[in-house]
Design a binder for this molecule. Structure first.
Ligand SMILES: [Zn+2]
Length: 452
């Protein structure tokens, strides 16, 4: 049994009332067991008994938030960081990312995931929705299990497409069989921290029979579907020519829509498509850094939220960002919408919502994560607000400090499922220097395989 007490801290709860107050937070095993408000001494949940607590942490300088949730990440691509610059999406995929993904070995995949996890934990991300490559997804799940992250993820599915290397192209049957094997092996593993999701790459890389099978099987197995949709104008043009439909209506026609589906990007979503996403309860992940860097455009986040579309946030892959940093995404997302809609658009609290409770809702996991509430999983992050770049504080709008002033390097503690995964600059039990050295070595070898 593990007991952790965070004392006299600023609790940014993201609970339904969005309460922010000073108090203590008590963790028993994998759950938030008690919350005590400093002002009135009121204790919700279990009171703590200081004698038998494993970790008593004086958190007076910190704000404690629910752990950040990024609902679009590619752990498999982190090894290609800084290696695919100044290209639009389809060139970026065909010339760089697909050949690199095809050259992955089990060892390079494992270290790519490990390097990403080190960055994510240090930046306060506790949960991800991950799209893998076509092969080696066991290695990704195994690393997520080992370092304590919470994740929904799945192997990428590709059975057709221009410029797809042979090493990534698979038959629909093989793709579905491998998905089934991975689902059986990993869905619900690691105390329920890991869940499987179908991950068809995008409309251009999957045949219609494959997409229809995915729709039926996801309903059958009760698992999510994660894909890219409406990312670039070029992709929409090709689809219009080939399928006579744009990506969001096309996927919808294939049965890929609903509360169990999360689409990355939605940059190109029209008014009608936004209405259909809202009607079908399909969630969208906004990836402002990736959209800006690939020149894809600015997603209609304000319109989507206004229409009732659930919107999460994610960094996407390291080679199109080049960070996996939720603080950078929150800040950029706000600034881009303000440029488009004026200064009152998308206030800071909305960004923290997207990165916590709304991210949890995108994953249908909001009963367990996304806010600091008694009985929920103990997934939380401590942000040091006692730095020159965050003072003077304004507790009335703490969200502005977090979104605009704080940085990922201000994260002091990351707890997932009640386990301390990052503390005092250290990823627990990981030799980060060795991870970096091994990542560079594996990248060299992968590059040789990709060009030979
Ligand atoms: Zn992506």
């Amino acid at each position: 049994m593990t007991l952790i007490l965070l004392k006299n801290t600023l609790l940014v709860t993201m609970n339904p009332a969005r309460e922010v107050f000073r108090g203590d937070l008590f963790v028993r095993d994998d759950r938030i067991a008690g919350i005590k408000k400093t002002d009135d001494g009121r204790v919700d949940g279990e009171a703590n008994n200081a004698q038998c607590i494993d970790h008593i942490i004086d958190a007076g300088r910190w704000a404690i938030l629910p752990g950040f949730i990024q609902t679009h990440i590619h752990l498999c691509q982190t090894l290609f960081r800084n290696q695919a610059e100044d290209l639009p999406l389809l060139d970026w995929l065909r010339k760089k990312i697909w050949p690199y993904e095809a050259a992955h070995s089990a060892a390079s995949m494992r270290i790519s995931a490990r390097l990403s996890i080190a960055e994510l934990l240090a930046g306060g991300t506790t949960t991800i929705l991950d799209m893998g490559s076509v092969h080696h997804y066991d290695e990704v799940f195994d690393e997520l299990q080992k370092w304590g992250m919470r994740a929904v993820g799945g192997k990428c599915m590709m059975d057709v497409g221009d410029g797809v290397p042979a090493g990534l192209l698979e038959t629909a049957r093989d793709s579905l069989n491998e998905s089934r094997r991975l689902f059986d092996a990993w869905h619900g593993a690691a105390n329920g921290r890991l869940r499987y999701a179908f991950a068809p790459r995008f409309a251009l890389s999957c045949t219609e029979p494959l997409l229809r099978e995915i729709s039926a099987m996801a309903a059958d197995w009760g698992c999510m579907i994660h894909t890219h949709a409406g990312e670039t104008a070029a992709e929409e043009e090709i689809l219009l020519k080939e399928k006579k439909r744009r990506s969001i209506p096309f996927l919808c026609d294939m049965g890929i829509s609903g509360a169990h589906c999360c689409f990355a990007h939605g940059v190109q979503a029209s008014e009608d498509e936004i209405a259909s996403l809202a009607r079908n309860k399909t969630a969208v992940t906004h990836c402002p850094g990736s959209n800006a860097k690939l020149g894809s455009g600015i997603a209609p986040v304000v319109q989507m939220r206004r229409a009732g579309v659930l919107v999460g946030l994610g960094a996407d892959g390291a080679p199109c960002n080049n960070r996996l940093d939720i603080f950078a995404e929150m800040r950029l997302a706000a600034l881009l919408q303000k440029l488009r809609h004026g200064a009152v658009a998308l206030p800071a609290r909305a960004l923290v919502e997207m990165a916590t409770i709304d991210g949890a809702r995108c994953l249908n996991w909001e009963k367990e994560i996304g806010s600091l509430e008694i009985g929920k999983k103990a997934d939380l992050v401590a942000i040091d607000l006692d730095t020159p770049h965050t003072h003077p504080l304004n507790v009335e709008n703490i969200y502005a400090q977090i979104v605009y002033a704080a940085r990922s390097s201000d994260v002091r503690l990351t707890v997932i499922d009640g386990r301390i995964c990052f503390e005092n600059g250290q990823v627990m039990e990981m030799d980060v220097d060795a991870t970096i050295a091994q990542a560079n070595m594996e990248w060299e070898k992968l590059q040789q395989r990709a060009t030979s």
